[in-house]
Design a protein around this ligand. Structure first.
Ligand SMILES: Cc1cc2nc3c(=O)[nH]c(=O)nc-3n(C[C@H](O)[C@H](O)[C@H](O)COP(=O)(O)O)c2cc1C
Length: 316
């Protein structure tokens, strides 16, 4: 493989099969993380779990990300998923949404080195696959704590960490603190994946010099062709955004349960619409629609009236 690996970030309601299919259609990426999957719902046979478990279109590059505040549930979920093809399991230690924090999951694991270390030891025993963790800096800008935390995870058998270099509960307004990524990498034996605020294919390549792999989230939704651009894979000179949106809606209809269509389409278009000068206008129009075909009609009308919005630069 040329260059460092480029990975699709786990994003709730976004990193599902429809987005992966779209990315794969442009040449793919090196790994696709799932959206966070509740370990508890998975092992108790939740109604939608088969959709969450869908590892297509490139199962060998798929990473299951699990979330829970309960070590036993995480361990059981890993045992449950062990027979399914994937590149590894990832534990979410970065999510700071209040309902996740309240149950001890996501970033809450970062509040105790021992609790997190014991959890990893239990999960480690259940799988031979690659075990990784995605985390934040912690609850404060305390680099020594972050290093001690990660070293303990390393000792317990974590094979890779992804750092989203913000502290818990920090939203996207203030920039990501990439200096922490470079500093952490110097302290650990295991690879460190860099993530946070990457806005272009050129930036993916530039940032990859300071870490072992690059993970992108929102950019991959806005420009599902960004991986191909960063790798220099062949792309059309201009990307037809109407066609990309239509393909996404088709895939959503095929690959997700009906109850999820509206929320997932909205989430996708939150970022995809950043391609347009009239981003907010289009988001508002789409937000009023409940069905996928109505959304498609809105887009058709928009491009008819604003043909100059239809294309974005693709390959060289
Ligand atoms: C809508 C949305 C949902 C997210 N869901 C998850 C998640 O399920 N698990 C996780 O570890 N991080 C989640 N994140 C964080 C991203 O994986 C990533 O760390 C963050 O967006 C910064 O990367 P970016 O600037 O490339 O988007 C989410 C982010 C967004 C925007």
């Amino acid at each position: 493989m040329m260059g460092k690996p480029f990975l699709l970030a786990p994003m709730a309601e976004i990193s599902h099969r429809a987005l992966r299919e779209l990315i794969a259609g442009f040449g793919g990426c090196d790994e696709y993380f799932s959206e966070m999957i509740s370990a508890g719902a998975l092992i108790s046979g939740g109604r939608y779990e088969s959709w969450y478990m869908d590892n297509e279109p490139e199962p060998e590059k798929f990473v299951y990300q699990l979330v829970s505040g309960n070590a036993e549930r995480l361990a059981n979920a890993v045992s449950f998923l062990e027979p399914y093809e994937c590149a590894g399991f990832d534990i979410n230690m970065g999510c700071s949404a209040p309902p996740i924090i309240r149950t001890g999951g996501g970033a809450q694991w970062m509040s105790s080195i021992d609790t997190a270390g014991d959890m990893i030891a239990r999960v480690r025993k259940r799988t031979k696959r690659r075990l990784s963790v995605k985390l934040r800096i912690g609850f404060a800008y305390d680099f020594d704590y972050l290093v001690s935390f990660c070293k303990r995870l390393e000792d317990e058998g974590v094979e890779r960490v992804t750092l989203h270099p913000r502290i818990a509960r920090e939203k996207f307004k203030k920039g990501a603190n990439w200096e922490y990524t470079g500093m952490l990498r110097k302290q650990l034996r295991i690879p460190v994946v860099g993530n946070g605020d990457i806005r272009s294919a050129a930036e993916m390549n530039r940032r990859s010099l300071g870490c072992d792999a690059i993970m992108i989230g929102r950019l991959a939704v806005q420009k599902p062709w960004a991986f191909a651009q960063a790798r220099g894979l062949p792309l059309p000179g201009m990307i037809d955004l109407e066609d990309v949106a239509a393909r996404f809606l088709d895939m959503l209809a095929k690959c997700q349960p009906h109850e999820f269509h509206k929320s997932r389409a909205r989430r996708f278009f939150t970022y995809f619409c950043s391609n347009f000068k009239w981003a907010n206008y289009v988001r508002t129009l789409l937000g009023r629609e409940a069905g996928l075909s109505a959304m498609r009609n809105v887009l058709e009308g928009f491009f008819r009236e604003n043909p100059e919005e239809r294309f974005a630069p693709g390959g060289a």
